[in-house]
Design a protein around this ligand. Structure first.
Ligand SMILES: Cc1cc2nc3c(=O)[nH]c(=O)nc-3n(C[C@H](O)[C@H](O)[C@H](O)COP(=O)(O)OP(=O)(O)OC[C@H]3O[C@@H](n4cnc5c(N)ncnc54)[C@H](O)[C@@H]3O)c2cc1C
Length: 493
């Protein structure tokens, strides 16, 4: 007798959405979470809870955020973020490698899936604090990222887990899936290690949603290349590729960008893994308003190439490849008000000074003389005739520099000056398992593995090189829901 209809491996957003979808179909569901309860929820819990969702106007947003007040609507320009824009963003930032079928599903289901979560009881709000600029009395959203879960990542995971419990879904913490029980007929359950004991759990179907392999130093270095062991992990220490390995072991096909990942500018002295008390605040995302300088005192990247949402996920890799794997973000007083909240936390490596000379002399591990030369050359190259406007790609650029700055090129001339030391923080790996459009895992012959489904970070083929901010949670929710529903159907058959 099968004890469970659907066993879900993982306890983050993708896993819990899969569990809810399977329970909705009347199946008996077990969630296996490797982490203890106090560290549960995977990377999803570390997030700001931002979801990239296609919407055609404020009415679509009201379906997700019914408590938007008329006053809030009156003082906000939400604009639109159409499915076509979302598709274009995915194609552009992944350099046209994203799987077209999976991407279409991701985009077309973004709004219906978040609405489904809302109907289940997850609450959302507009991301006023992170994704909107105030212009006079009005807020204007930018970058296609408008919706966030109330309470951020912790709020999201807590409410999904609470709803799951109410639906009778069993949730085991400290339960690490070790391998799949499989034969020629497909998958029949998992082997799990819990409280030091290994046991076999029988299930008609299994959904893998156990995250990527970014917290596995050895895999990171093996697949992403030398130097990746030196990156810091932004999120959970439990995503070590178990779900991917278990599936590969029974013949699943790998897919996607195995040498690629999402990685950002992250506090240089942050711990090896994420710290739930700090969450995502070690990140340093305001670089478009300043300049980067490396240990040799050189600029090395176009800080204003695009809106932050479209560059931040690939610049971690660029920082990792700098000498000593770090860089400084430098700002002057003109943009201080515009720096995000994360610049005001206690755990920052910051240098301040009243002149550029003094600042450069204080930059530890850095060629200060060259840095000063570089910043002066940068200042001289700024097109000051073009006004600075953070709400659009303003075209205020530099002229004649080997490394240009294409937008928001402010001169550094107003003291006090500030420099923040950052290194590379890896968010999640892009390579993973190959799935069909119903989230069924495929084997290396392209055939379906009966009874095995996958969703979230451990699926490959969707993100390559880069990523439009807020797509990870949407991806987990959309394919989690599909995987749960497909597994439920298969379990009934
Ligand atoms: C600091 C930070 C901020 C972020 N901000 C955002 C954001 O605002 N918006 C956005 O869209 N994305 C954001 N992301 C990315 C986002 O977190 C991920 O894309 C998404 O949460 C992945 O969801 P998931 O369910 O696939 O994986 P996870 O949420 O990581 O869940 C994986 C789960 O599997 C469990 N697990 C691992 N191995 C096993 C095993 N052997 N047995 C059982 N369980 C196992 C883990 O403990 C965990 O519970 C951020 C990530 C980080 C780290």
């Amino acid at each position: 007798m099968q004890a469970w209809d659907v066993i879900v491996v993982g306890g983050g957003n993708a896993a819990l959405c899969a569990a809810l979808a399977a329970a909705e179909a009347g199946r008996r569901v077990l969630v296996l979470e490797r982490a203890p309860e106090e560290e549960s929820g995977g990377n999803s819990r570390f997030t700001a809870g931002l979801f990239r969702v296609a919407y055609d106007g404020v009415e679509d947003l009201r379906a997700l955020i019914p408590d938007l007040t008329p006053e809030e609507i009156a003082r906000t320009d939400f604009g639109t973020y159409t499915a076509d824009q979302f598709l274009d963003d995915m194609a552009r930032v992944t350099e046209f490698r994203c799987d077209p079928d999976l991407t279409e599903i991701l985009v077309r289901n973004s709004h219906p899936t978040v609405r489904w979560m809302r109907e289940k009881g997850v609450r959302f709000t507009a991301a006023w604090g992170r994704q909107a600029f105030r212009i006079g009395e009005r807020f204007k959203f930018w970058g296609g990222l408008t919706v966030e879960a109330v309470g951020g990542g912790p709020g999201l995971v807590e409410s999904l887990a609470r709803i799951a419990a109410k639906q009778g879904i069993e949730h085991w913490y400290g339960a690490r899936a070790v391998s799949l029980i499989a034969d020629d007929e497909g998958v029949h359950g998992v082997v799990v290690k819990r409280a030091g004991r290994t046991q076999e759990l029988r299930g008609r179907t299994v959904v893998l949603a156990a995250g990527g392999f970014q917290a596995n130093t050895e895999w990171r270095t093996r697949y992403m290349g030398p130097g990746w062991e030196l990156a810091k992990v932004r999120g959970t220490r439990f995503n070590t590729g178990d779900g991917i390995r278990m599936a590969l072991d029974i013949g699943a096909s790998p897919a996607g960008n195995w040498s690629g990942c999402h990685a950002v500018a992250w506090e240089r002295n942050a711990p090896e893994f994420g710290d739930l008390a700090v969450g995502d605040q070690f990140q340093k995302h305001s670089y478009p308003w300043g300049v980067y300088i490396n240990a040799e005192g050189r600029r090395f990247v176009d800080e204003g190439a695009d809106f932050r949402n479209y560059t931040y996920a690939k610049y971690g890799r660029v920082i990792l490849s700098q000498p000593r794997q770090f860089a400084w973000q430098i700002f002057d007083a003109k943009v201080k008000q515009q720096l995000r909240d994360e610049y005001r936390i206690r755990q920052v490596t910051r240098v301040t000074a009243n002149s550029l000379e003094e600042l450069c002399a204080k930059l530890e591990d850095t060629d200060g003389a060259r840095a000063l030369e570089e910043l002066r050359a940068y200042n001289a190259a700024v097109r000051q005739d073009i006004p600075f406007n953070p709400n659009v790609k303003d075209g205020r650029c530099t002229v004649g520099l080997a490394i240009p700055k294409s937008n928001w090129a402010n001169t550094l001339d107003t003291p006090p000056f500030e420099a923040y030391a950052v290194t590379c923080g890896i968010t999640f790996s892009f390579g993973g398992l190959r799935i069909a459009t119903d989230a069924n895992v495929l084997n290396t012959d392209g055939e379906r593995i009966r009874g095995l489904y996958a969703a979230g970070e451990l699926v490959g083929g969707i993100f390559w090189f880069n990523y439009p901010g807020g797509s990870g949670l949407t991806n987990g929710a959309v394919f989690g829901r599909i995987a749960g529903a497909s597994a439920a159907r298969a379990a009934a058959g």
